[in-house]
Ligand binder design. Structure first.
Ligand code: M6R
Length: 601
């Protein structure tokens, strides 16, 4: 969690580069923020609250921070509450060293005890603060600054991405272990950040750091060594995302922009992978994956819901599959199949729980595959295989277009692995048409008007069966995440086994019913059960059944394949959540207590 930015080399206004970079990273954490600019001394300014509070604080100053070297941080608290003192950067007592850090220093307490015993005074509750004190202590010895940084790193355990600056030195010292950090390579201008969009305005050439890499950047270039100071060869790659893609493009919120980007995102994800005439699906990245005995999905949150959908697909094509919450997989007694394929579904590719589960599986000899959006992410680099969903950057904390892209990619994965020729032409055509079907949903939705009627309700249910069950869970997660109202998703048939006790005229129920098969008819039976308890019913339907007769409102979707119907239903539920949150005046792109990328376990 948390976001780091750093830049070196001459910029018209280094402070602006750092603050603007932090703005793009605010989705990673937003309970405090801070900057440090380096000249002969280090000028640190930090503030509790959103980045705007820091900007206001800086604007009050007579003299703003200047220098050609700057680092910044936006925080999501782990050690110590969000206060000015706990905000990063943290410094040593003399203010000669400043450090920003993501992750957790696991042995910080013993280091703090040791430093305090030596007379060092701490000014925050954070684990991070041990780093500048240690670095400063090593600088006091005869060590060069590089070696002092290396020595400091040798003392700390845990997961981290770190950027450090020293007064009078025009370099930034950085490293990572289990937390993302990427270098941006410009011309006499170099950057580092937790995520590429932070410096995309200046360069698209990047170097992804690996665990244990130590990077030093200054106006003349960049250098990466290992923990022993030996040079490490790194590849410069070029990202295809543009700075405009990471802006709001006129939408009020990133979430709404990203919901509306779904037709494009899905076209990108399918491009070159479908052969409509032959009805074939070809995904080059999967050429050497083979046919696994069994598949285990590991994932969190929205990605876990995508994994539940994936399980159904794999079972359909004859591969036994199970989905696990990643946080339960590595630590529980999960029987990791050595001859199976473990698929980590992770938009960011940086979710700590998912990475842990994948590492545990790899350690036990299983093959792993990352289904991810972020090229060069930790999951993509560490897994044996990577399948990119190609959604483009997703900034809103609520995952929207990446969920749709995950469902699409899971179809490609299941069909490719099973080398399925049975009936896949229908599916190929349905997948081809999903982008335009979603566009139709976006153009014709009545979600905004419908939520108006329920703005005073405080509890909402979402039900679905089969492939619609994960979408019911996802609809409820999206709703609670950004509206802060209570919402639960259920397999339709489960209502009568308990939750029905909560159903009253005050609990609107969103029911997903498509087609007119046995599953649809059974869900309609469940709809009647809630209708009989006076609950308002909002049916999300393709109009093939008579569910409308029992519904107060209808959210229509076009008729499509049973595999693609959940994607269309989900778009309606995304819009329901968005419009309700907007009506309630919630912080849609940065919901309270949450962050986009959860890099702590
Ligand atoms: O990056 P990941 O897909 O691994 O993230 C997993 C979850 O943290 C994420 O899906 C989260 O549940 C979303 N913010 C929900 O909208």
């Amino acid at each position: 969690m948390c976001g780091i930015i750093g830049c070196v080399g001459h910029h018209d206004d280094t402070l602006d580069v750092v603050l603007d970079g932090l703005e793009t990273l605010e989705y990673r954490g937003y309970d405090s923020a801070g900057v440090a600019l380096v000249d002969d001394s280090i000028d640190v300014q930090k503030k509790q609250g959103r980045l705007e509070a820091l900007r206001t604080e800086i604007a009050k100053r007579d003299v703003t921070p200047t220098g050609d070297v700057g680092i910044g941080h936006t925080r999501w608290s782990t050690h110590g509450p969000p206060t000015d003192a706990n905000a990063h950067p943290h410094t040593d007592e003399a203010g000669q060293v400043a450090v920003v850090h993501n992750g957790i220093i696991e042995n910080y307490q013993s280091l703090r005890d040791e430093l305090e015993a030596e007379g060092v005074t701490f000014t925050s509750d954070t684990d991070t603060e041990v780093i500048p004190h240690l670095f400063a202590a090593y600088l006091e010895t005869d060590l060069s600054t590089e070696l002092a940084f290396h020595r400091t790193l040798e003392r700390i355990d845990g997961s981290y991405a770190i950027a450090a600056v020293v007064a009078g030195d025009d370099r930034i010292f950085a490293t990572r272990n289990d937390s993302p950090l990427v270098l941006g390579i410009g011309e006499n201008q170099y950057y580092l950040a937790s995520d590429v969009p932070a410096f995309l305005e200046y360069t698209r050439d990047v170097v992804y750091l690996d665990d244990g890499d130590v990077a030093i950047i200054d106006a003349d270039g960049w250098d990466v060594t290992d923990g022993d100071g030996e040079s490490v060869d790194k590849e410069v790659s070029t990202v295809t995302w543009s700075a405009e893609q990471t802006g709001k493009s006129g939408y009020e919120h990133y979430m709404l922009k990203e919901i509306n980007e779904q037709p494009t995102a899905l076209r990108q994800g399918l491009s070159g992978r479908l052969d409509e005439l032959a009805g074939d699906i070809t995904v080059e990245e999967l050429d050497d994956v083979g046919f696994p005995e069994t598949v285990h999905f590991v994932a969190c949150g929205t990605s876990y819901h995508a994994a539940l959908y994936g399980v159904e697909l794999f079972r359909e094509v004859g591969v036994p599959a199970q989905a696990f919450l990643a946080s339960e997989y590595a630590t529980g007694p999960a029987p990791i199949p050595e001859d199976g394929l473990i698929v980590g579904v992770t938009q960011s590719g940086e979710t700590a729980d998912t990475l842990s589960a994948l590492r545990e599986a790899q350690g036990r000899g299983a093959k792993t595959l990352a289904l991810t959006n972020v090229v060069g992410s930790t999951a993509a680099r560490e897994c044996d295989h990577a399948l990119y969903i190609r959604s483009g950057p997703e900034i809103g904390v609520a995952a929207t277009k990446t969920f749709s892209s995950q469902l699409t990619a899971l179809n490609l994965l299941a069909e490719t692995i099973a080398d399925n020729t049975r009936g896949s032409r229908d599916l190929v055509l349905a997948l081809r048409d999903v982008p335009s079907d979603i566009q139709q949903v976006l153009d014709e939705t009545t979600a905004e008007a419908i939520v108006d009627e329920y703005v005073d309700n405080e509890s909402f249910f979402f039900i679905g069966r089969g492939l619609h069950f994960p979408v019911a869970l996802e609809g409820a997660l999206k709703f609670k995440e950004i509206t802060y109202e209570h919402a639960e998703g259920f397999a339709s048939g489960e209502l009568k086994h308990g939750p029905l006790a909560l159903v009253t005229s005050n609990t609107p129920v969103f029911a997903i019913v498509t087609g007119n098969d046995e599953r649809a008819r059974k869900t309609i039976g469940n709809v009647k059960e809630v209708e009989a308890r006076d609950a308002p019913v909002i049916a999300v339907t393709d109009g093939q059944s008579d569910v409308e007769r029992y519904a107060d409102h209808v959210l229509e979707i076009p008729e499509t394949h049973q595999r693609t119907a959940p994607m269309l239903a989900n778009v309606q539920l995304q819009l329901v959540a968005y419009h309700m949150a907007n009506q309630l005046g919630r912080s849609i792109d940065k919901p309270r207590n949450l962050a986009k990328s959860v890099t702590v376990e």
